[in-house]
Design a binder for this molecule. Structure first.
Ligand code: DX5
Ligand code: ZN
Length: 219
């Protein structure tokens, strides 16, 4: 089985967003990863609802919206209305995570939970059956182009065991510092979805780079 690839638009040319989205439409990308940063939960501000709507107008792939914001409950409906197909909230930002997941699902989106590098996957045990996708942060969220954190491999295996123990169909997404060097090992450890920002958009030919990631197979 080949991995699902979610290029992160954070690394795209914002002055040519339509062109970048059309490039992704014509590629083998499975999702378009949209990084929403509020300058509070993370030390950076990216973009918000109007830009997500603009991307949606051109996108032919599902939008995978990663909310790096405090109080995400206040904006779930707005992002769903803007075209989000998957909405991931941060475990660290949700005191009532179970309720938040039910709200995302009631809006008709897939429900994701992102966890920071220091957050133990064991904290997801009591909600694992309610989560469509866990986004394991393999960098500290806030910026593209950071170095991959190596303890991610162990977290993938432990999360995979947890998912299997409950017979859940939760997908594992890896976000941050993904490239062709670590992608095979991530898939071998149990990753289903690879987010890649700078590795795709800073490459000479993003379409080929997406193909390269997509063609990784487990031997
Ligand atoms: C980091 C974001 C990532 C980021 C990945 O806060 O959540 O999605 O765009 O970028 P790269 O692939 O450059 O690490
Ligand atoms: Zn992200």
């Amino acid at each position: 089985m080949s991995p699902l690839i979610a290029p992160s638009i954070l690394a795209a040319d914002f002055a040519n967003l339509q062109k970048e989205v059309e490039m992704l439409n014509s590629s083998q990308a499975d999702f378009i990863h949209i990084d929403i940063m509020d300058g509070v939960f993370v030390p950076n501000i990216s973009f918000g609802i109007p830009v997500t709507q603009a991307i949606k107008r051109h996108a032919k792939k599902p939008l995978d919206v990663h909310l790096m914001i405090v109080e995400p409950d206040r904006y779930l409906e707005a992002f769903r209305d803007s075209g989000a197909d998957i909405i991931s909230v941060h475990h660290e930002a949700c005191p009532h995570l179970h309720r938040t997941l039910q709200v995302i699902k009631s809006l008709g989106a897939k429900a994701g939970v992102a966890i920071n590098p220091h957050t133990n996957v064991e904290l997801l045990r009591d909600v694992i059956q309610d989560i469509d996708m866990v986004c394991l942060m393999s960098v500290n969220p806030g910026f593209g182009g950071q170095k991959f954190i190596e303890n991610t491999y162990g977290k993938i295996s432990r999360l995979k065991d947890l998912i299997l123990a409950y017979g859940a169909s939760t997908k594992i997404e890896i976000d941050g510092g993904v490239n062709i060097q670590n992608a095979s090992k991530l898939i071998a450890a149990g990753a289903d979805v690879l987010v890649a920002g700078s590795f795709v958009f800073n490459s000479p030919n993003p379409i080929n780079t997406i193909n390269e990631l997509k063609s990784i197979r487990l031997i």
